[in-house]
Structures are given as structure tokens and as C-alpha cells.
Design a protein around this ligand. Structure first.
Ligand SMILES: NC(=O)c1ccc[n+]([C@@H]2O[C@H](COP(=O)([O-])OP(=O)(O)OC[C@H]3O[C@@H](n4cnc5c(N)ncnc54)[C@H](O)[C@@H]3O)[C@@H](O)[C@H]2O)c1
Length: 412
């Protein structure tokens, strides 16, 4: 049941009849404040730095991505203040304070804690609070929620709490606050609904996720992805150096057709030169362990239904090594099938591109994907994401489905 408080807040949001508070007017908070004001909200920016506040109220931006002309354009729809008490005027508050790492690389959430204290002092029914700072998973639920509920107000009915990671890329001429899709996860469904409604007028694309933890992890995955890729290219630079090859020539040529050369060939070559490729080996190790990981998931899913793997009918969807092709070489699906059969499962498969194959002396033939095949299976394991597979049918008729599509390494 949706709360009346949420409905009436959303109704006022739709009329732009709210004050949007921003805590922290830096690289993240200021561009956000500008977009929100452009969308028609009255925006109140709160910052502890008086110089920043005075500058902004005087029409001077300290953030490169925000021109003074933009401040002029939004005019008196934006005001900055150093007075935390004024946060009580805001119907929604986005917290955009810094989250540095300490000397020992521990997260320093002291700015989040301080900002939460400011927000808490003026928290009132009908307010929505959204954390944007990059932080560890659990921060919104473990730090903000108890602090805000200590006022006696209840999340989801009195006030709303969500996490929405900022994704700014300062200096990027193509992507700014407005056209970078924004991920939002609330503590309750109403919290998500309110947060999405708040950003909708200012951001082109919103991506709701089911929890605050998921939203927190989205940002960390993005950062980790970037870090691993940078590390990988650094490793490639060392490899190239040892082989006397220009790394940039290799990267530029490789990027014209973006699928990797077999990394293990390279690892083997480098071993001969007494160099251990740590990233490649680590990625290889992780990837090799994934089929076992998913077999364990199948075991757990069956166990939840009081079934053993031995004697269970398992239907594997997709056996090719990637979507919409007929190549099964190096496919992790084959490892999964082997491991399940070793445990006594009866495995069949469906793949629109692979009519039959033989492996370890067994002949396999694709079965038709029908409601009755799905219903006869104790577990349906989705391995390859073929466009030709009718996943709606699977959803409707599979009793237990384990979906490995997005996680299994494939040679693409
Ligand atoms: N700038 C970037 O490129 C970037 C990119 C990705 C993520 N982030 C993340 O975004 C968040 C904000 O970063 P930023 O770059 O905007 O920081 P910033 O240092 O540019 O701005 C933060 C502002 O918050 C103010 N502030 C600090 N404590 C406050 C408090 N208790 N109350 C009110 N105001 C307070 C500071 O005075 C400052 O003006 C961080 O979590 C950061 O990790 C930033």
C-alpha cells in the first residue's frame, strides 16, 4: 500500500512546488543544484564553506563545469547558505559531501555523519533524504537510517530515504549531470518512488534498483571496473616493454576490433620471460572457478525445494560460449554440465543454435523449449543469453531457475 505522505509529496513534485536542498556544493552538488533549478525547483544549497557560499550568492562559480552564466540563468531559483537550520525549509535533501580515504585507505565517512546530523536536526514529516556520496555498501541503512529514525519519525511513511550515486565525470564535454543515467535505490518502495519522481524532471534517464545496497554497489562496481581495466592496461604496458613493443600501437590496433586475443597465450609467453602476469592469471583463476560456483547455486536451489542434485532433471539453456552463435569451444556451459553429471544429475539442454554436440563420449541433442519440458525440469539453468530463447516462457513455467547469464565469463 502506498503512503499518503508519498503521494502528496509526489503531487507537489509534479507541480515543482517544492524546495530541493543540496548539502555540499562541490563538483557533484553544484552541477546537480543547477540542473534541479533549471528543471523548475527552488534549490537551497547548504555548505559549511563560507567562501563557497558567498561566491555562489554573488554569482561566481568555483566549479569548472558550472559557468557563472548558468548561475545567472537560474537566478533566484538557487540560494546558498551556511545556516544548517534552513534545511528544514527543504522538502528533499541530497547529500553530496566528500568521502575521502584515510591514510590507511579506510573509508572516511565523517562528512556523511556530520551532514546526517545537520539533516536530522530539522527532519520533519514529508521530507525525502537522498545520499549521493560514494561510499561502502550498507552506509544508507546503517548510518543514515538509525540516525534519522532516532527522531521518532518512521522511514517509508513519515520520511523517505534513498541512495543515488553521483556519476559525474568532471570535464567531460559529452556527459554531464542531465544526460548521465542516474541509479536510485530506496529503503522502501515508496522511498524509491519519491526519489525517482524528484530526479525525473532534471535527469534524462533514471535507473531504479531494488535496494540502497544495490545502488551503493553500482557505484563501487563502476569504480572497480575502471580500476581493474587500468591495472590491466598497465600490465600490458609492462608486457609490451619486456617484448620491445609499443603499447599504444597495440592498444589502438586492438581497439579496432574489441575482442581479446587469448590471454593465456600471453601469460604462457611471459612465463618464459620470467614475468608473472598477475591480473591475467587472477582473472583466469576467477573465471575458471565460476562454473563450480554456479553448480553450488543449483545445489542450493534444489536443496531449498528438498531435492538432491543426484537424480534431478536439470535443463541447461544455451551451451554456446556466447549469445547467438553455434561455437561451444571453451564454453563454461560444458563445465557446468560435466560437474552436474558427476554429481548424478540428469542434464538436458536447449540451444537454438546448437542442435547437437558430443562431449566426453556423450551425445547431446537440443530439446524443444516447451511448457512441458520446463515443467518436467527440477531446475532450469540459464547459461547463454540467446535472443532466440523465449525467457517469458521460462519465467512462466520453470519451477526453479538459476540465472548465470551476466556473470559467467564468455570469450567475447
Ligand atoms: N568530483 C568528482 O570527480 C567525483 C567523481 C566521482 C565521485 N565523487 C564523489 O562525490 C562526492 C562529493 O565529491 P565532490 O567532488 O563533489 O566533493 P567537493 O570536495 O568538490 O565538494 C564537497 C563540498 O561539501 C562541503 N561539505 C563538507 N562537509 C559538509 C557538511 N557536513 N555539510 C555541508 N557541506 C559540507 C565542502 O565544503 C565542499 O564544498 C564524494 O563522495 C566523492 O567521492 C566525486
Amino acid at each position: 500500500m502506498s503512503s499518503k505522505v508519498a503521494d502528496s509529496l509526489i503531487e507537489r513534485i509534479e507541480r515543482r512546488d517544492i524546495v530541493f536542498g543540496i548539502v555540499g556544493l562541490g563538483y557533484v552538488g553544484l552541477p546537480l543544484a543547477v540542473e534541479l533549478a533549471r528543471a523548475g525547483y527552488r534549490v537551497l544549497g547548504y555548505d559549511v564553506n563560507r567562501r563557497v557560499v558567498d561566491g555562489l550568492n554573488g554569482g561566481r562559480s568555483h566549479v569548472k563545469d558550472v559557468a557563472d552564466a548558468q548561475l545567472r540563468e537560474i537566478g533566484d531559483r538557487f540560494t546558498a547558505t551556511t545556516d544548517a537550520e534552513r534545511l528544514g525549509e527543504a522538502d528533499a535533501v541530497s547529500i553530496c559531501v566528500p568521502t575521502p580515504l584515510s591514510k590507511f585507505k579506510d573509508p572516511d565517512v565523517s562528512f556523511i555523519v556530520a551532514a546526517t546530523e545537520s539533516v536530522k536536526r530539522t527532519l520533519r514529516p514529508g521530507q525525502a533524504i537522498i545520499l549521493e556520496s560514494t561510499t561502502y555498501p550498507g552506509t544508507t541503512r546503517e548510518i543514515l537510517l538509525p540516525a534519522l529514525e532516532s527522531t521518532g519519525l518512521k522511514v517509508g511513511s513519515d520520511f523517505f530515504l534513498a541512495f543515488s550515486p553521483e556519476r559525474v565525470d568532471p570535464g567531460n564535454p559529452r556527459f554531464g549531470t542531465r544526460n548521465t543515467p542516474k541509479v536510485v535505490g530506496g529503503i522502501t518502495p515508496d522511498c524509491s518512488r519519491v526519489a525517482v519522481a524528484l530526479y525525473q524532471p532534471a535527469i534524462d534517464t533514471l535507473v531504479p534498483v531494488s535496494t540502497t545496497e544495490a545502488a551503493e554497489l553500482v557505484k563501487l562496481l563502476e569504480n572497480t571496473f575502471r580500476s581493474v581495466n587500468i591495472g590491466l592496461v598497465n600490465e600490458m604496458a609492462i608486457v609490451c616493454d619486456k617484448l620491445g613493443v609499443d603499447v599504444w600501437e597495440v592498444i589502438e590496433a586492438a581497439s579496432t576490433k574489441p575482442f581479446p586475443i587469448d590471454p593465456h597465450y600471453l601469460a604462457w609467453k611471459m612465463r618464459g620471460l620470467n614475468y608473472k602476469t598477475r591480473f591475467i592469471d587472477l582473472a583466469g583463476e576467477l573465471n575458471t572457478e565460476m562454473p563450480l560456483f554456479w553448480v553450488r547455486k543449483v545445489t542450493e536451489a534444489l536443496n531449498d525445494r528438498g531435492r538432491a542434485v543426484r537424480g534431478a532433471n536439470i535443463l541447461v539453456l544455451g551451451v554456446a560460449y556466447k549469445r547467438d552463435i553455434d561455437d561451444i569451444r571453451e564454453s563454461p556451459a560444458l563445465d557446468i554440465i560435466r560437474l552436474l553429471e558427476q554429481q548424478g544429475a540428469r542434464v538436458s539442454y536447449h540451444d537454438p543454435h546448437v542442435a547437437a554436440f558430443s562431449e566426453n563420449g556423450h551425445e547431446y541433442r537440443s530439446v524443444a523449449l516447451t511448457p512441458s519440458t520446463l515443467e518436467a525440469a527440477d531446475c532450469v539453468l540459464v547459461v547463454t543469453d540467446h535472443t532466440a530463447i523465449d525467457f517469458h516462457l521460462v519465467k512462466r513455467h520453470a519451477r526453479v531457475a538459476v540465472d548465470t547469464r551476466h556473470v559467467l565469463p564468455r570469450g567475447d
